[in-house]
Design a protein around this ligand. Structure first.
Ligand code: BT5
Length: 278
């Protein structure tokens, strides 16, 4: 039996609600897609808030803009979490921030690997002046006609025990916790701690209505750095220095003319140091 099967996970989970509805799939297309389908299908099996769908393998794991997310069977943590927040839609990036913080703290606690955040959704490890991607998050949400978030699916993929030969070629070079620490790391321990931390972040935001961005921004590897931010959808690139982020998770970039740009979506490339690129 897999260490991530529900019978191996649920007895150890000390969350109040997150993960109590838990589905394990040995193989699936994409956990985000299937969880979204479950939400769209509604009753009789309407998944409650906090539902976790975890896969040991994804045949069609996705990143943003329909990029691929590739992981061999049994090596990574691949899961999606459902929230039903009824929050205003401008808070949607809070989920990426909360998920990134929960995952970064979990990896540091369990594997002892310091984690930075590459805006907007990458977790990276610094090695010899380069940033290597160890995890990525994928946020997808639905809102109602009043602009409130009815459902949010937060997907995360963490390269845990993936050997280097099974990591894909990518612009941001990938790594795994196995490679970084030199030893296997328990996916179950990571999962349980991640869900506990994520629940705590969500409950804090729900009660206090405060953005997690201050804590999140502390981990941004591009803070104060010269960057290019490219929005591939809108085909716009802005160059400048990263001054910070706002409460909504947008990045603030000051260009050479002194103008401050607030950017909602895109990919960041560090300038002036090719080894740090993308
Ligand atoms: C992401 O997108 O980084 C979000 C990845 C989310 C994956 C999870 S797994 C569970 C859930 N179900 C899904 O179907 N997805 C989520 P983005 O920033 O667009 O980065 C995608 C790029 O990362 C790709 O174009 C590759 O270059 C690179 N990549 C692919 N697989 C990788 C890996 N295992 N490790 C590091 N980089 C990878």
């Amino acid at each position: 039996m897999d260490e991530l099967h529900e019978t191996a996970v649920l007895p150890f989970l000390s969350t109040h609600w997150l993960g109590h509805s838990y589905y394990y799939a040995p193989s699936i297309g994409s956990t985000n897609d299937t969880l979204k389908e479950m939400v769209a299908a509604g009753s009789p099996q309407n998944p409650p808030a906090g539902t976790v769908l975890l896969a040991n393998y994804q045949e069609q794991g996705r990143g943003r803009l329909n990029r691929q997310w590739q992981s061999p069977p049994g090596a990574a943590l691949l899961l999606s979490v459902l929230f039903r927040p009824n929050w205003p839609a401008e808070r949607s990036n809070w989920f990426t921030m909360m998920g990134s913080l929960a995952a970064a703290e979990t990896i540091e606690q369990i594997a002892g690997v310091p984690i930075g955040i590459k805006w907007p959704n990458d977790l990276v490890v610094q090695e010899n002046g380069r940033y290597l991607k160890v995890a990525g998050l994928l946020l997808e949400g639905n809102m109602d006609e009043n602009g409130r978030l009815t459902s949010v699916v937060l997907g995360i993929g963490i390269n845990v025990n993936t050997p280097s030969e099974h990591l894909p070629q990518a612009v941001t070079p990938p790594t795994s916790l196995l490679i970084t620490t030199g030893k296997p790391v328990s996916r179950r321990e990571l999962l349980i701690t991640f869900l506990q931390r994520l629940e705590r972040y969500y409950e804090t935001a729900e009660i206090h209505h405060t953005s997690p961005h201050a804590l999140w921004q502390k981990r941004l590897v591009t803070l104060g750095q010269p960057v290019e931010v490219t929005n591939f959808k809108e085909k716009v690139t802005i160059s400048g220095i990263v001054e910070g982020t706002d409460a909504w998770g947008h990045i603030l970039v000051r260009d050479v003319n002194g103008e401050l740009h607030t950017i909602a979506a895109g990919d960041v490339t560090l300038r002036g140091n090719t080894t740090n690129s993308h």
